[in-house]
Design a binder for this molecule. Sequence first.
Ligand SMILES: Nc1ncnc2c1ncn2[C@@H]1O[C@H](COP(=O)(O)OP(=O)(O)OP(=O)(O)O)[C@@H](O)[C@H]1O
Length: 734
Amino acid sequence: MEAKRHEDYRQEKERLTYIKKIIEEEIDLLRHKTYTHVNEDVIPHMVYMDNQRMKKLNGAFLNPYFGRIHFKESNQSKIADIYIGKASLMDHESDHDGVMLITDWRAPISTLYYDRNIGPVDYHCPAGRIDGDLLLKRNYKIEDGYLEKITDIDVTALDEMLLEALEDKKDTKLKDIVSTIQSEQNAIIRADLAKSLIIQGVAGSGKTTIALHRIAYLIYTYQHRYKPDEFMIIAPNKLFLQYIEDMLPELGVEDVEQTTMEILTRDIVSESFSIGENDDKLKRMIENKNHEEIKALRALSKIKTGMAYKEILDVFIYEMIHDILPRDDFIFEGVLFIRADKLSAMFYEYYKRYSVLKSIQMIKNVLKTQFENHKNDIEDNIYQSIKDAQINLNDTGIDMVQDNETMKKMHLEQQKRFKHMKKNFMKQMHAYLKEPKKSILQYYKQFLMNTDLIKRLVGDEAYLMGAFKEMSKHIRTKKMVEIEDLPALMYLQYQLKSTEKIQVKHIVIDEGQDFGTFQFYVLKAIMKEATFTILGDIAQGIHYHRGTQDWKVIQQQVFKEECQVKYLQKSYRTTVEIMDAANKVIEKVDDDNIITAHPVLRHGLQVQKIKKENDMDIVDAIAMELNKYKRDYHSIAIICKNNGQCEKMYHHMINKGIHVQWLKDKEAEYSQQIVLLPSYLAKGLEFDCVIIPDGSQDHYKMNKLDGMLLYVCMTRALHALNIYYVKESSDLLM
Ligand SMILES: Nc1ncnc2c1ncn2[C@@H]1O[C@H](COP(=O)(O)OP(=O)(O)OP(=O)(O)O)[C@@H](O)[C@H]1O
């Protein structure tokens, strides 16, 4: 309700004034802080921390808290009065020193605000389970430092607040949702770090938002154990990173590694190579009418991202080790250091968890230690061999050692060999046990050219054999791989060389349905210590040729069941009208793993399906519409199925004098109110209003890929969706 009408308005207003005063004082203190009397080395860090705090306080001054709870712990008489905000605040006024004025939304007790109703409750904190009664749950709307609304929450009020938040979106970028996190989202954000999680969430269920809030929560909760840079977010592309970039600092998170699969592979395999365009295959599949070629592309991608590929790479690595391992024993100056069979056992048994390079280095270290221990034996043998040689030289058979001249010669020879003993040992050892010296790209090329292995993988499919050959040519001539090759490159790096520099504790992967089994496997192998939160939606799996179509496969083959799959079925983005229309489309895609969305009860305009005589009429109609929509909406997207359609549309728009930004690839930065983009680039993004200019039967056919693409386009809209078609609309829209 309007704040002024609430019975506690006066106290609440006074409280807000007091809090703002405390914040102002802290800002003032920081502004005038001097760094005398502190060690010079720590000054940069202190300045950095103080600047961070200052940023937080400036934000908090305008909107210091959003919630309040009263909690009475069992067996305690005192009622805890807790205000919850984005940043915590302590009272340093003399008589309240140390009292918490605002509690961070990530603190254990704050879960009561998100997750529990008035009455008996419990929550968990480091000290264990705490029982008690929740006596009050209140929400505030504070804007620019003024108290506008106070709402005492029961279940209905919660829905109202959520609806208000959803209707009130005013930005093209994703925003934090700390004041309206829903119970099922809260459970994921606060899930135990020690276990990996897969979240199957429908379009608009808040996966990306949750991913970022989870990172913020983990950093806060484990701040004494892990540094922020031990957490990592893997996003699908740079456009997406740009889309989320404002939210992490807003949530008080800095220094978290935000990366894409391409960047990460380059970090791990630090060699120079180029990677084909991320969407290249998908584009060809969308645009190409040649079914045979599409079949081949799909099959190739499937192979390279599946576990069979890993297994065949294992054979390649095994054969390589077999070639590296010497057949002979290692003997130096007559001393046996290691027998060939023992060496191979060491390699395959003791050191099997290490890379080939690391194993060789460890075995060499063992040999070096042995060298030190056997020095006397080696010297004796050297002496004896010189002596024997001298005797052999003298065919009289008489011991010539007593001869002075001979003695001198022998002594010199002995000194020389003693002096170079270590050097010679090392030389012989390195020649005996050779390290993998080629680049990872060269090994990969070698693998691709191994027709025996590739044949084992693809059988008698000549077109696939040809495709593998073609790939090895690309690597040879252009040093170029495809996005589907990245797991293999990482795996070779991991198995042959080393990946030790990556020390991550938790990885959050968004749009996880675009990752194949092998990709997850290799990430898990490399980031041994890390657990995962994987968020995705099978219904949006437009890259299913290389992605995941069933989470159970990932659960079983990668995580060996040590990972739970959780489901989010409520969609917060779109109106009921839009979601119902989108659900009808996705229901036509024949896939048992697809889960349809339940829209949160927010109604809006009906979806417009508009027939026109020809493309030019469509452009005219859109031009008219845009004039109106520009006033009503902050972000408008015209989403065509492919780039070819976008190009046509773009030229028509320009001719009509309409200013529109055409997003062609994932490196693009989008900054304008009206954007034009192809369907596959729209995934993950959202817009107030979406216009689909090519909803005709000619463009979207009744097949899985087209169904998913259309579903993705439709579910990008928050408030309005218009679909145009010529002659007949797509059967998917019937
Ligand atoms: N609890 C919430 N309170 C307010 N807004 C929310 C809440 N949860 C989600 N939203 C809003 O719903 C929209 C969709 O969220 P988000 O983009 O994170 O969903 P998603 O599951 O990643 O979607 P998609 O898979 O379709 O890309 C965003 O505008 C987000 O702010």
